[in-house]
Write a protein that binds this ligand. Structure first.
Ligand SMILES: [Ca+2]
Ligand SMILES: [Ca+2]
Length: 368
């Protein structure tokens, strides 16, 4: 196992980085693909039909009233890719009040026979394009269906080495979140995890919905509050009663569980924000439609941008080989001292073929 893990560390190191992220330097150190059409098709399955889980209605959604807001941040907690703040105008849209659940995703799979990315063998010819040139091809056994699972360390470890707590586990997927011996029995109301961006888009296509743009997601997370740090306002995460499912204690080995949940929580376990949206902060990361580009905000004009749909290309200087999509909102692994992903403006990025135990999504629909 040691040899296997070491090899996997080499091959997947860059992909692993995308999951825990937060390796970018904060300030002190410093329009394609927006519908539900995947721009990369290697893991896409044929969609058997287009039946909607809810019909073409807004069940389980709330109307987010259009308006303008200041996107991004300029405080000491902000990472450099959150700069500069800029004005954005958003049209009204419908949004799921909670993350897509296992039960909802199961209905999609039942209706379509869809097979997720994590349930398929890795296509080396595709993956190697996201890795440095001449990265050696691993043994075929290491390309078996698998996904990334969190494993707590025994004690303190460098937070710069994400491979210490991420394990590439054969047989981990949305039905078996912690590997072949686990299941989702009794977790029908938990958010689905181990879904790639392609999987999320496929669900959207079937449901007649789409992923939110990054701007829509941040606007919704703010819940009508101006310039608040969190979806609930400015009160710090650990003050008062639990407000979100995050990591409390010392990451990645000591979780005090004040919020009651070690991994995912049932959706709607905490108070909603001002728009009636649950778990915009924490629980699981949520895919957005946009490509991630670390200087995208700088490229926007000083004027108000209407309904921005993200950059045309992706760029992350930490992993320049990898094209990434935006994820938002943080997860049950986010901690104030390490990854404050539950801040409204915090941006994360992940290659679209990468799922993990702490990434899910929610859908939106145009209001008109
Ligand atoms: Ca927790
Ligand atoms: Ca969430």
């Amino acid at each position: 196992m040691r040899t296997r893990f070491t090899y996997m560390k080499t091959v997947y190191f860059l992909i692993l980085l995308t999951l825990a992220g937060c390796l970018q330097n904060p300030k002190t150190n410093s329009s394609t693909g927006h519908s539900c059409t995947p721009t990369q098709s290697r893991f896409s399955s044929p969609i058997a039909n287009t039946d909607s889980i809810n019909g073409n209605n807004h069940q389980g959604m709330v109307l987010i009233p259009g308006g303008s807001f200041t996107m991004g941040a300029d405080d000491e907690q902000a990472w450099r890719d959150e700069f500069p703040e800029h004005e954005v105008q958003i049209n009204s849209f419908w949004m799921d009040i909670h993350e897509v659940t296992n039960a909802q995703f199961a209905a999609f799979v039942e209706a379509t026979g869809y097979v997720t990315t994590a349930e398929r063998a890795v296509d080396w010819e595709e993956v190697k394009n996201e890795l440095p040139l001449n990265t050696p091809k691993p043994d075929d056994s290491l390309l078996a269906p698998a996904s990334l699972v969190f494993v707590a360390t025994d004690g303190p470890t460098s937070l710069n080495d994400v491979s210490q707590w991420w394990q590439w586990r054969t047989g981990a997927n949305w039905r078996n979140p912690e590997g072949p011996k686990s299941n989702i029995d009794g977790k029908e109301n938990h958010p689905v995890v181990h879904v790639s961006w392609h999987d999320a888009v496929a669900y959207c296509q079937w449901a007649g919905k789409r992923l939110p743009t990054e701007a829509e997601w941040e606007y919704a997370s703010r819940g009508g509050l101006s310039n608040a740090v969190y979806a609930w306002g400015d009160e710090s995460l650990l003050e008062g009663k639990p407000k979100a499912n995050t990591w409390e204690g010392v990451f990645p080995y000591n979780n005090r569980l004040h919020d009651g949940f070690y991994l995912s929580a049932p959706v709607k376990s905490f108070q909603p924000n001002g728009f009636g949206l649950y778990d915009m902060s924490g629980n699981v990361w949520e895919w957005c439609a946009d490509w991630y580009h670390e200087t995208y905000y700088k490229s926007l004009s000083d004027n108000t941008t209407k309904n921005p749909k993200g950059p045309e290309t992706s760029y992350d200087s930490n992993e320049p080989y990898s094209k990434k999509r935006v994820t938002r909102g943080g997860s049950f692994l986010c901690h104030d001292s390490y990854c404050s992903g539950y801040r409204n403006s915090m941006r994360m990025k992940t290659t679209p073929d990468t799922g993990s135990i702490h990434t899910g999504f929610r859908t939106v629909m145009d209001a008109n």
